[in-house]
Design a protein around this ligand. Structure first.
Ligand SMILES: [Zn+2]
Length: 137
């Protein structure tokens, strides 16, 4: 399996979960006027991103998991690496990262949720997979 075929590629590059080429979001996660806004369909494979109304409501569970993972990781890292920090400083540091990282975590939660239900299909990619022959496309 090549890197482009993995779900992690789709998540980290914020690409369509089916073809891994089309843009998933309308804008960068930190373009706050369009934060989390998806294209209706993929520009490459024409996959409709919203399978049903409210499909991305489940992304809040992913967002919660990301928030807990980041917060606990930061807290443990501060306990181990900077044990002299006070609890107020730790809370402020974690809160700052959660606020500043909020738009990115929101975008990641949506693309991770989409990757639970959509699967990579090399036949829908614009660029042929090296192992596929023209007859297979
Ligand atoms: Zn696509």
């Amino acid at each position: 399996m090549q890197w482009k075929e993995t779900k992690l590629y789709s998540v980290l590059h914020l690409k369509c979960p089916v073809c891994h080429e089309g843009e998933f979001f309308q804008a960068h996660p930190y373009n706050l006027s369009k934060v989390g806004d998806l294209h209706e369909r993929c520009s490459v494979c024409v996959t409709k991103y919203e399978k049903e109304i409210g499909f991305y409501t489940g992304a809040m569970y992913v967002s919660y998991a990301i928030g807990v993972a980041v917060s606990v990781s930061m807290w443990v890292a501060m306990l181990v690496l900077l044990p002299e920090l006070g609890i107020i400083t730790q809370i402020v540091a974690i809160s700052l990262v959660m606020v500043i990282g909020g738009p990115l975590f929101y975008a990641l939660s949506k693309i991770i949720w989409a990757n639970f239900f959509f699967h990579y299909d090399p036949s829908k990619a614009r660029l042929p997979h090296p192992s596929t022959t023209p007859e297979q496309r």
